[in-house]
Ligand binder design. Structure first.
Ligand code: NFE
Ligand code: MG
Length: 511
């Protein structure tokens, strides 16, 4: 029996510690610990509600647009204007958010996860004349670390020529992400922390030149997704096919639904498990456990609309700053895999076609999607689905049409802003009193996925995905980090929580 501690887990966003107890070469128990404490929700108390989309975006630089979206949905509801958002406002919000999806998924595969599978240093030996490979060689050879980053002693399986091509795509992906940011800024003003998405709609009207320029640039991103990103994910999946059997999580998935359409949402809300029977979502069934989180006892199992956050850094039973969100008292995983399973089971033609193509190419059954490879494949498929849909959505714009609904800020009001976010299901809950924010709670995708045990002792999704994994080399447990990264965790988002006014817990608290 031995406990492997990985602290911090690198190449993810934020501060995550993983402890895995290994016996006889197999993980018997795993603990996921968010080691950073933050205070965004408290900062909102007493403020003008219109500050919420601006301030909550500071939860994260990776998915600020998700927080802008959730908080404006919550405020639209609290202001009583949720059903009055003009078409152009709705569509432009979706376009701004879609750009962030593309950027986030490309970031995750190439710059966070790919180095688990691809030895990019292979490009150091390249002596040919291919401009992409030469650019990659020059780019990756820069910096203080010496000519190349140290080699990751692990489980690299590609021949050098494939590794070199993938290294060139790794470098190209930076350019693609820059372009996705620029695309977002066309309607959103800037990235990160856009200034376009506001209660009632957006700040930028749909002008013909913007629409044309947006489409032209979007098509370059779509070309990359179709001809580079998706094929590269399939290439990794073929060579690392054993990872279709590694990293199965709880098997329960949920999503809140995302991208409002004229009649509902582009992604429908729901829950699903590996029997592929989708169920409607009942928002009342969302609760947060703090049994093993560093918060005062007494607020276990509250719905976020009345949620409390009272830190207790020395709580004996605690081991994480993340709470443990649960649906109907059960562990649920969120993310592209949840959404693609829901769309697949509901018979969305595009998703069925793409997922079946991926499964066919890899000769895998649908049950294999509950795995490390399933998460990567679902993310890539979702990236294409969203990017292609954006090219359709933009055609619904009416140039020069209204982009926001005017409103008065009410003295009292309540709202829940629920949305799909790149990493899963994101919810913001707001309550107004005297025209200012009285109560604000966020329950964030990675809070679901990286959550600790709940009051029943059930481990969170990442913990469950690690348990049962055979570890080939306990000195270099690459299976564990590959599983963790397949969830694309963002700990800055996950630990957005409140600290009581006037009580300092220091800058970082490491458990
Ligand atoms: Ni900081 Fe985020 C997304 C949100 S996640 S990245 O996607 O909301 O946990
Ligand atoms: Mg919260």
């Amino acid at each position: 029996m031995r406990t492997i501690v990985i602290d911090p887990v690198t190449r993810i966003e934020g501060h995550l510690k993983i402890e895995a107890t290994v016996d006889d070469g197999v993980v018997k128990e795993a603990r996921s610990t968010g080691t950073l404490f933050r205070g965004i929700e408290l900062i909102l108390q007493g403020r003008d509600p219109r500050d919420a989309p601006r301030i909550t975006q500071r939860i994260c630089g990776v998915c600020p647009t998700a927080h802008a979206t959730a908080s404006t949905f919550a405020l639209d509801e609290a202001f009583g204007i949720a059903d009055r958002i003009p078409t152009d406002g709705r569509v432009i919000r979706n376009l701004i958010f879609g750009c962030n999806y593309i950027q986030s998924h490309v970031l995750h595969f190439y710059h966070l996860a790919a180095l688990d599978y691809v030895d990019v240093t292979a490009v150091a030996d390249y002596e040919g004349t291919d401009p992409g490979l030469l650019a990659a060689k020059e780019f990756l050879g820069r910096g203080e670390l010496g000519p190349f980053v140290p080699r990751y002693e692990g489980d690299y399986r590609f021949p050098a020529d494939v590794s070199r091509t993938l290294a060139a795509h790794y470098v190209q992906a930076f350019e693609i992400r820059r372009k996705a940011h620029e695309l977002l800024a066309m309607f959103g003003g800037k990235m990160p922390h856009n200034v376009g998405i506001v209660p009632g709609g957006v700040t930028q009207t749909a002008e013909v030149d913007l629409i044309a320029a947006f489409l032209w640039r979007l098509n370059e991103l779509r070309h990359f997704i179709d001809h580079v990103y998706l094929p590269d994910v399939l290439e990794v999946a073929r060579v690392y096919s054993d990872y279709a059997e590694i990293g199965a999580g709880s098997g329960n998935f949920l999503d809140y639904g995302g991208f409002p359409s004229a009649s509902g949402r582009f992604f429908d809300a729901g829950t699903i498990s590996m029997d592929l029977q989708p169920h409607d979502l009942d928002v009342a069934k969302i609760t947060e456990s703090i049994a093993h989180s560093w918060y005062e006892d007494g607020s276990d199992g509250l719905h976020p609309a009345t949620g409390k956050t009272e830190p207790n850094a020395t709580k004996e039973a605690g081991y994480s700053w993340l709470k443990a969100p649960r649906y109907d008292g059960r562990v649920h995983e969120g993310g592209p895999l949840a959404r693609m399973l829901l769309s697949y089971a509901r018979g969305d033609g595009m998703v069925v076609g793409l997922i079946d193509t991926v499964l066919g190419a890899l000769d895998l059954p649908a049950s294999a999607l509950n795995s490390v490879l399933g998460r990567h494949a679902a993310r890539a498929v979702e990236c294409k689905i969203v990017a292609d849909a954006m090219a359709e959505w933009i055609l619904d714009l009416v140039p020069g049409g209204p982009v926001y609904a005017p409103y008065d800020i009410p003295d009292e009001g309540e709202g829940a802003g629920l949305t799909s976010a790149p990493r899963g299901a994101l919810g913001h809950w707001v309550r107004l009193k005297g025209g200012v924010i009285d109560h604000y709670q966020c329950v964030v995708p990675t809070t679901w996925n990286a959550s600790p045990k709940d009051e029943k002792g059930n481990p969170g999704p990442i913990e469950q995905a690690i348990v049962g994994t055979p570890i080939r080399d306990e000195e270099n447990p690459f299976e564990i980090v590959r599983i963790v990264r397949s969830f694309d965790p963002c700990l800055a988002c996950a630990v957005h929580l409140v600290t009581p006014r006037g009580r300092s817990l220091g800058r970082f608290v490491v458990g």
